[in-house]
Design a protein around this ligand. Structure first.
Ligand code: B1M
Length: 213
């Protein structure tokens, strides 16, 4: 199989066999992020499609997630780092009820490689814990990730609780079930601060930079 197909296949099959080697080969002519956004994401999309069609069970999807995490951590040391002074502090979390964290962790890597200090609160983070995190870390930006349809609604509830707690830090939201439209029409009206939607991690960085400039 050609290299990209082998990489996608490792993700689809949840196999780490030969993966490190193929990632090293791919890095000879591409940036790590292009490998993530290319064959690795293509593999994950196929996993999502097969899962949706009941061709995969959760345990198999979990193995794919493990392979994806392995690949990202193998690539991470080779990603470009800006040695700029701290651009700001970001409090990051996957919202309550949601365990998906690969996208969130990618956002953490990209932001921290580009001058941000990231406090990652992990998965299934309830609004009250985010509020406590804001009080403790006083972030310049709060980043919320969520992939489930119900996570989009949880973001609405989260910013509502932020408003009640008098928190106004800009909020950056991202994840598969969200859209610009949902963010603008449903999340932003419930909040007193800025709410921005990023469709991928690089857009998240670009928006963070706009917020901080
Ligand atoms: Co789940 N899952 N999953 N899953 N899973 C999805 C999301 C789903 C679309 C699959 C499907 O049915 N086609 C579906 C959601 C349906 C819906 O609500 N619309 C689904 C489901 C149903 C479920 C369960 C309910 C299954 C079950 O138990 N019956 C369950 C939910 C558990 C829960 O959360 N309470 C579940 C569980 C799991 C696993 C644990 C097995 C595993 C997650 C492992 C882990 O994350 N540690 C898993 C996986 C791997 C997936 C898919 C296949 C892949 C997700 C992924 O990691 N993509 C996913 C299908 C799909 O998305 N194609 C699916 C790669 C990752 C890099 O992309 O996270 O989208 P993503 O991040 C992107 C952007 O969204 C953006 O940047 C990244 C790219 O640069 N982004 C941000 C994300 N967050 C951001 C934050 C930002 C900015 C950008 O700023 C703060």
């Amino acid at each position: 199989l050609p290299l990209d197909e082998r990489l996608s296949k490792c993700i689809i099959e949840g196999s780490k066999e030969g993966l490190a080697n193929d990632l090293d080969l791919a890095m000879k002519d591409r940036e790590p992020l292009d490998i993530i956004n290319g064959p690795l994401m293509a593999g994950m999309d196929e996993v999502g499609r097969q899962f949706n069609a009941n061709e995969l069970i959760v345990a198999e999807v979990l193995q794919s997630a493990e392979a994806m995490k392995f690949a990202v951590s193998h690539l991470e040391p080779h990603m470009e780092r800006a040695d700029a002074a701290s651009r700001g502090r970001v409090l990051l979390a996957t919202v309550k009820g949601d365990v998906h964290d690969i996208g969130k962790n990618l956002v953490e890597i990209i932001l921290s490689n580009n001058g941000y200090r990231v406090v990652n609160l992990g998965i299934k983070v309830a609004p009250q814990d985010l509020i406590a995190g804001c009080r403790e870390h006083n972030p310049d930006i709060v980043g919320l990730s969520g992939l489930l349809v119900k996570s989009a609604q949880m973001m609405v509830e989260t910013v509502r609780d932020f408003r009640a707690a008098n928190i106004r830090a800009p909020v950056l939201v991202g994840g598969a079930a969200l859209s610009n439209r949902f963010t603008r029409l449903r999340i932003a009206p419930e909040y007193d601060g800025l709410v921005a939607y990023a469709q991928d991690a690089m857009t998240g960085l670009a928006l963070a930079n706009v917020i901080q400039d």
